[in-house]
Design a protein around this ligand. Structure first.
Ligand SMILES: Nc1ncnc2c1ncn2[C@@H]1O[C@H](COP(=O)(O)OP(=O)(O)OP(=O)(O)O)[C@@H](O)[C@H]1O
Ligand SMILES: [Mg+2]
Length: 225
């Protein structure tokens, strides 16, 4: 039986951006529900900028971004905010946790704003259940990184943008984080767009790209969805 083609959850069309120097131009990318994409590239090549642009946070100098079919930079502030709050989750390269609150309080705030609760199984899966009631300032970098991932997944987003989500982690913990992300993607048919320096982490994704010489070039397929 023929199936209707699923509407893309994310579409970047001919994106270009420069800061002190041109970062990239003519970058186009389409993602469907359940798909995973990893972007690699040198420090300073513009990976975080591209992620923020696709996530609706930095307007591109050229081109257009459609999130769930909607031109995110042309929406009214309210509608944009709704999409961000209920449908997208961003794991930032620097985590932006509230340092004076506990890990659990940080997760609770995000979950509550999205109308969700905390899943205790998620905390166990990320191996943070024993430390989550400590103040964020008392947690290690890697623990903070996992709290920040739990915070994003607790919102139950339909698309996750993850900027170096394993940047502070040893290999074993990095695997745990990628498996958790993969399980979430499978169970929720969510899309995952991630940036990483680590080829082993990128290999979890279905499509792998390099941002190099101002272009986004496919470098092959990983083993993921
Ligand atoms: N808001 C900004 N204002 C001015 N320049 C910026 C801004 N954000 C990023 N840049 C510059 O754009 C370039 C690309 O930054 P970006 O953070 O996108 O790189 P990246 O590929 O993510 O690097 P890394 O691997 O080190 O995280 C850098 O030279 C950075 O200084
Ligand atoms: Mg970056």
């Amino acid at each position: 039986m023929s199936q209707a083609k699923a509407e893309p959850v994310l579409e970047g069309r001919s994106l270009a951006h420069s800061f002190d120097y041109p970062l990239y131009r003519d970058v186009s990318l389409t993602m469907a529900a359940g798909e995973t994409v990893a972007v690699m590239g040198r420090s300073g090549s513009g990976k975080s900028t591209l992620l923020h642009t696709l996530a609706g946070l930095i307007e591109p100098m050229e081109g257009e971004v459609l999130l769930f079919g909607k031109p995110i930079y042309r929406l009214k502030e309210e509608e944009k905010e709704r999409l961000r709050r209920y449908r997208t989750g961003i794991v930032f390269q620097s985590h932006y946790l509230f340092k004076g609150l506990t890990g659990r309080e940080n997760i609770e705030v995000a979950a509550m704003l999205a109308g969700e609760g905390i899943d205790p199984e998620l905390l166990r899966r990320l191996e943070i259940e024993k430390v989550v009631d400590q103040k964020v300032s008392e947690l290690s970098g890697g623990q903070q990184q996992r709290v920040s991932l739990a915070r994003v997944l607790s919102k139950r987003p339909r698309i996750i943008f993850a900027d170096e989500p394993t940047g502070n982690l040893d290999q074993q913990t990095a695997e745990l984080v990628m498996e958790t992300l993969q399980e979430y993607v499978d169970a929720s048919r969510a899309a995952l767009f991630m940036v990483t320096h680590d080829p082993a982490v990128a290999a979890y994704c279905r499509r792998i790209y390099r941002l190099e010489d101002q272009r986004l070039t496919p470098v092959g397929d990983g083993q993921g969805k």
